[in-house]
Design a protein around this ligand. Structure first.
Ligand SMILES: Cc1cc2nc3c(=O)[nH]c(=O)nc-3n(C[C@H](O)[C@H](O)[C@H](O)COP(=O)(O)OP(=O)(O)OC[C@H]3O[C@@H](n4cnc5c(N)ncnc54)[C@H](O)[C@@H]3O)c2cc1C
Length: 350
């Protein structure tokens, strides 16, 4: 049995931000993560040293002030998403795809220099490596007058304060809490959407950016026909490694990886020809298959439903259990900015 003043559940962006803030404040903590990696819904794939493919969070805007401020504090840059000014647009299956001019965008999107993973790696590098434990799922919390007993797959901890950074639906589905949490909280958490939890991201690395060549339509794709609904140029900031990355209709989660890859290639061949088959690597993130992100809902929930609900700002287990995570943030819930805000807010309560 290990004793700690504060135990943070989940080493996603919220958990790592909270840990970083506690570290700066000189307050001890332990961060327990179920997966064998940090980052949660931030996942950058770097196979073969090619372009870093974001299989999770990718874009931010200038409006995401807390996120931008933390990135700048850590010395991490951002760069504008390339659109090329044009897009391939497929309105209906009975009409051929068209190339359309994109209107001027007053609020461009930005990507994190070096990949979103740089952000979480940098946060982790600031805290003691002994305060992070990976591959250890939290299973149960039991409130007592003096501490919370935390049972994980590997042991038992006594913590003065426990911070959950799991999406509320996941937290209340997977972690058994006693005494039981109030039914109002359970009902709302069970109907709180986990942002992007159902999504499928696909990416293809290429040796050359054929979509950027003279006369080529560019790498921006919007399709109502699918199966890829949106795709973007995913070249690195140095413009030396090339990729296309987009979203696949989430209904295809039950197909095999090869079936999804073939569907993506078939669609891209329509726009660019056989050159799409010369890919160096195909990568995908099927988030619905990730048990530490997604659990099925008992009833239909709408995107962002109940995100930022005030009930998540109450404390539980006699003030010893605090709820955090991007979906609990009041501002930009579900996004990286919400995760940073939530991590900072909860660290101040400890
Ligand atoms: C495909 C996709 C695309 C996205 N695109 C964008 C984007 O472009 N811009 C943007 O701003 N946001 C985007 N997001 C959302 C963004 O990723 C999240 O808002 C943010 O990463 C959430 O961080 P978090 O720490 O709150 O939650 P999570 O990242 O979900 O972290 C929770 C952590 O808890 C861990 N965990 C789960 N169960 C247990 C357990 N029982 N015990 C211990 N640990 C556990 C998980 O493994 C995880 O590490 C995207 C998300 C996805 C999936």
């Amino acid at each position: 049995m290990t004793t700690t003043e504060t135990l943070i559940i989940g080493a996603g962006l919220t958990g790592l931000t909270a840990a970083y803030e506690l570290h700066k404040a000189g307050k001890p903590f332990l961060l327990i993560e179920a997966r064998d990696r940090i980052g949660g819904r931030i996942l950058t794939s770097r196979t073969d040293g090619g372009a870093a493919l974001e299989l999770g969070a990718t874009w931010l805007g200038k409006k995401h002030q807390e996120l931008i401020s933390l990135l700048s504090e850590l010395g991490i840059g951002v760069f504008e998403q390339v659109t090329g000014g044009r897009a391939i647009y497929e309105a209906i299956s009975t009409s051929p795809p068209q190339v359309v001019q994109l209107p001027h965008n007053d609020e461009p999107s930005y990507r994190i220099a070096g990949g979103s993973e740089m952000f979480i790696r940098e946060l982790r590098s600031k805290i003691l490596s002994t305060s992070v434990r990976l591959d250890e799922a939290v299973l149960a919390l039991k409130g007592t007058p003096d501490y919370v007993e935390v049972t994980t797959a590997k042991g038992v901890y006594h913590a003065g304060i426990v911070i959950s950074t799991l999406p509320p639906h996941l937290f209340t589905s997977k972690i058994q809490v006693s005494p039981a949490l109030p039914s109002q909280l359970l009902n709302i958490a069970q109907q709180t959407h986990t942002w992007m939890g159902e999504s499928i991201k696909v990416g293809l690395r290429y040796a050359k950016p054929f979509w950027r060549e003279d006369g080529a339509p560019g790498g921006t794709i919007f399709s109502n026909v699918g199966p890829v609904s949106e795709m973007y140029d995913h070249t690195n900031i140095e413009e030396s490694k090339y990729a296309l990355k987009g979203f696949l209709n989430s209904a295809y989660h039950s197909l095999t990886r090869e079936e999804r890859r073939d569907m993506v290639l078939t669609q891209l061949r329509k726009y660019f020809g056989d050159v799409v088959d010369d890919y160096l690597a195909y990568e995908e993130g099927v988030w619905r298959q990730e048990p530490y992100t997604f659990v099925p809902y008992a009833s239909h929930v709408l995107p962002h439903q109940h995100n930022g609900h005030p009930i998540f700002r109450d404390t539980y287990l006699d003030g010893r259990l605090l709820l955090a995570g991007s979906e609990t943030a009041v501002v930009y819930p579900g996004y990286m900015d919400g995760a940073v805000r939530s991590g900072k807010r909860v660290a101040l309560l400890v």
